[in-house]
Design a protein around this ligand. Sequence first.
Ligand code: SAM
Ligand code: SF4
Length: 375
Amino acid sequence: MTIQLGIPVLRPAGNDNQGSAPISRPAGLPSKLLDRFGRQATDLRLSVTDKCNLRCTYCMPADGLQWLPKEAVMTAAEIQRIVGLGVERLGVRELRITGGEPLVRPDLVDIIAAVRERHQQLPISMTTNGVGLAQKAQALRDAGLTRINVSLDSLHEDTFTQLTRRPFLSKVLDGVDHARAAGLGPVKINAVLMRGINDHEAPALLEWALDRNVELRFIEQMPLDAQHGWTQREMITALEIRTLLSTDFVLERDRQLRDGAPAERFEVRRRNASAAEASGPVLGTVGIIASVSEPFCADCRRTRITAEGKIMSCLFSREEFDLLGLLRSGADDDELVRRWQDAMWAKPRAHGMDHAGLGTSEFVQPDRSMSAIGG
Ligand code: SAM
Ligand code: SF4
């Protein structure tokens, strides 16, 4: 399906943006996850399931998706082997567990405990919708999970239910409290704003997060919904988010080095009604992930493995490399390492929605939804 984004894109020479021709990796490169544009992937996003117990409108259709058969999904042992290769052979320095919804996987705590046992120093984080987190937060912490991101788009029961198509707001709020109590800090909150639905809640969400000392991050809605309903007009841009927040707060760009982080961080002060500028102390920080309007592809450090063991070098890749199939065919570690390196070498320069001012405005949405990739 072709979407007219209205944001001009550059199609680089040599079809390196979303190339279809095989791209061969030169011999003699260091044993790392390098790509043709000088980036090194050190941050592994690994999906443990494609299933989910919510149906967020910007991610899944109301009826859900056709789930993968159990035998197609990586087993705990296969996950251990793949993470081990990433960390011990390929320079992975950080692991994020994601999904689908990772908490619906029954052996999640065991998976994390096994990774922790083998990789004592590895930061292990997880992104979750928070449903069921209250019951699992302490066990996850005890197993060795370092940090957690909880997705929460609205503080109003009706709006939450409209957005997720499930009435589970209180479960998520309870989950956030339990994650904090279990020491899974700093807890971060991911919020996607939808025009006319929850965009007016931006300042209230920030107020709520500041009160609890959790870091809120707004994520621009990306064209990664299964139903391909994304439109640029509906997307709330980073600029709009800053404007929405400015009614109550003054934001000042955090001067710390971004260091590959997707979120641009801002220090937050309260806006003094009588003065044009900020008053009082810094209350905390807020992050804005402007994947569409202010992309950060040039400094991307991510490599992704889907629940069925496919390597994706980019969220928007339309090429996948079957690592699990190779592993199950009896491949040795060297072959698996080579496959992973080859996949990353072919990583596109950019997702194709950037480079304003040049080229056409065509963007082809990948077939996979965010839930089937692992966001
Ligand atoms: N189910 C878990 C959750 O929702 O946190 C983990 C997987 S979910 C795919 C990871 C993150 O992707 C969530 O924060 C969610 O809000 C975000 N997400 C999903 N679809 C998105 C889209 N189309 N644009 C931007 N973010 C999206
Ligand atoms: Fe499920 Fe997360 Fe997608 Fe929502 S965003 S439907 S919780 S995978």
